[in-house]
Design a protein around this ligand. Structure first.
Ligand code: SAM
Length: 297
């Protein structure tokens, strides 16, 4: 039999999940703000609401909170998330900050956009920016488009396996004309005519988890958003190769990417291989670990 007083319901749930999670789930189940719930601890809730709440508590044991609440804060803005996208991480805000610091003009291409947090944030922080963002997953792109629309950020999204959109027979502009809405295409053409050949910065937070380390609750997130192969660097290795092969057409000057701290040396070696003479700078995250690599070509 479920207890029904707010304070009793909460204290029971807090034995199974964290206090903060219990409060957020109760907010979701009741539609009442946490402040109001706290100021009415003696208030009783209906059996139905109480049952919904304990169902959420049960799900929380195996499901990340963001998938239950369908939201995650990034750069102080609220983004929609679902099981088709990686839950945005706070470390990725550092990647965005670094791009903003080093941006000197031109357009930006994001590869592997997921929920669209990086490109949407960049567009909102640099309003005149021309930005395109791709992902291999159509389902992820739907989430990214929804977020950009909700937050009123104009980003051109398109589906592509890394840089496979960049075929010699098909110019990027003509590709965009049918891959995106005519409005978005017009926007790019008028506002930033050289967009297709002027991706000053390529930014990516590609999957970089070592395959055998995909364990525990991160297994709930899409494998395609996590799995970086044997050393976690498969996707970046391929991306560098593809950028190097199209460098003149892309006109890219800088590549910014989020990595695992243990990939510092692998990255430096791959940069030397594909972009001889390029300079690499690393930025640490809040726990003092290398998280962002900035490659100056
Ligand atoms: C680590 S998630 C990052 C998502 C988002 N940018 C973020 O920072 O929260 C990596 C993303 O790369 C995408 N991805 C994986 N392989 C890809 C490929 N070959 N080409 C393009 N995107 C790819 C995944 O679908 C996923 O959305």
């Amino acid at each position: 039999m479920h207890t029904k007083k707010i304070k009793e319901i909460l204290s029971r749930a807090k034995r199974e999940i964290s206090s903060l999670d219990a409060e957020i789930l109760l907010e979701m189940a009741t539609g009442i703000s946490r402040e109001k719930l706290f100021s009415n601890p003696e208030k009783t809730l209906s059996d139905k609401v109480s049952e919904n709440f304990f169902n959420l508590v049960e799900k929380r044991k195996n499901t990340p909170l963001a998938y239950l609440s369908q939201k995650k804060e990034f750069f102080t803005r609220e983004f929609f998330v679902n099981k088709n996208v990686l839950i945005p991480r706070p470390e990725t805000e550092i990647l965005v900050e670094e791009v903003i610091k080093d941006f000197t003009g031109g357009s930006i291409l994001e590869v592997g956009t997921g929920s669209g947090v990086i490109s949407t944030t960049l567009k909102l922080e640099i309003p005149n920016l021309g930005i395109a963002a791709s992902d291999i997953s159509g389902k992820a792109l739907r989430v990214a488009k929804k977020n950009a629309k909700n937050l009123e950020a104009e980003v051109v999204f398109f589906k592509s396996n890394l840089l496979s959109f960049f075929r010699p027979t098909l110019s990027f502009a003509s590709f965009l004309s049918f891959a995106t809405s005519p409005v978005a295409f017009l926007f790019n053409l008028v506002r930033n005519r050289k967009m297709e050949y002027n991706f000053e910065i390529i930014v990516a937070n590609l999957p970089y988890v070592i395959s055998r380390e995909i364990t525990g609750q991160i297994k709930e997130e899409p494998k395609i958003a996590l799995d970086g192969g044997l050393d976690g660097f498969d996707l970046y290795r391929r991306l560098f190769k593809e950028i190097a092969g199209n460098l003149k057409k892309l006109n890219t000057k800088k590549i910014f990417c989020e990595i695992d701290p243990r990939q510092k040396n692998i990255l430096s070696m791959e940069v030397e291989k594909y972009f001889p003479g390029a300079k690499v700078k690393f930025t640490k995250d809040l726990s003092g670990k290398i998280r962002v690599a900035k490659i100056f070509l």
